[in-house]
Structures are given as C-alpha cells and as structure tokens.
Design a protein around this ligand. Structure first.
Ligand SMILES: [Zn+2]
Ligand SMILES: [Zn+2]
Length: 116
C-alpha cells in the first residue's frame, strides 16, 4: 500500500491521534474519536498569518479525514480534488504553494493537529 492509498481510505477503524478503536460511524468517517476531535477543534494555534479561507480549508481537511499522520510531524494531505497527495509539516509542504515557500493551509492543518 502506498501513501496515496493510505490517505484516501474512507473508513478509519482507529483514531488517527490516539489509536483507540473507533466505534461510531461518525468517528470512523472522521478518523478521530469524539474527545480527540474536540481537542483538535479547540487547539490553540497562531492564526495571525492566515486568511479566513485558509483557516476554513485547514479545518475542512481535518474533518474530511484528508490529513493523515505519517511519522513525527509529517502528514499526508490530499488535494481539494482528491487527485494528488502531498507531504505536509508545520513549516513545509510539497504542494505547489508550499514548494514556493508560501504558507499553505496544509501546513496550518498540520499545526492544528500537532497542537491538539
Ligand atoms: Zn483519539
Ligand atoms: Zn500545502
């Protein structure tokens, strides 16, 4: 199984954050248990450099289960149209914007998950 297959798996059996078994259908599609999902929603991240639409996109990435922990601070993220995957960290990303050195919402989503 390659990274892209892992990232596009629709159903999660275990929480991506604490690795506990997920029972409810909602948790399984989200990839996070209720407690972890709440922690992620309320994680304190410095948002000053981000525009509102980037913040919304980062939250969406998390609630869509389109950002999957790979190792340490590296995540696999799925592009908006679902055709590409990127490697994203809090300070870097392999998406077109990230490669140009811009702060993309993938990096923000990684930050939100790590701060939770
Ligand atoms: Zn959890
Ligand atoms: Zn990116």
């Amino acid at each position: 199984m390659n990274d892209a297959d892992a990232a596009t798996t629709a159903e999660h059996t275990h929480c991506l954050r604490c690795h506990r078994a997920l029972r409810s259908a909602r948790s399984r599609s989200l990839g996070y248990g209720a407690k972890c999902a709440a922690k992620i929603r309320h994680s304190a991240v410095d948002l000053t450099d981000y525009k509102p639409h980037q913040i919304a996109s980062a939250r969406e990435l998390i609630t869509d289960g389109a950002i999957i922990p790979l190792r340490n601070t590296i995540f696999i993220t799925v592009s908006t149209d679902g055709t590409e995957t990127y490697k994203s960290a809090p300070t870097g990303c392999t998406c077109p914007a990230g490669l140009k050195g811009s702060r993309c919402y993938h990096q923000l989503a990684a930050r939100m998950l790590l701060a939770a």
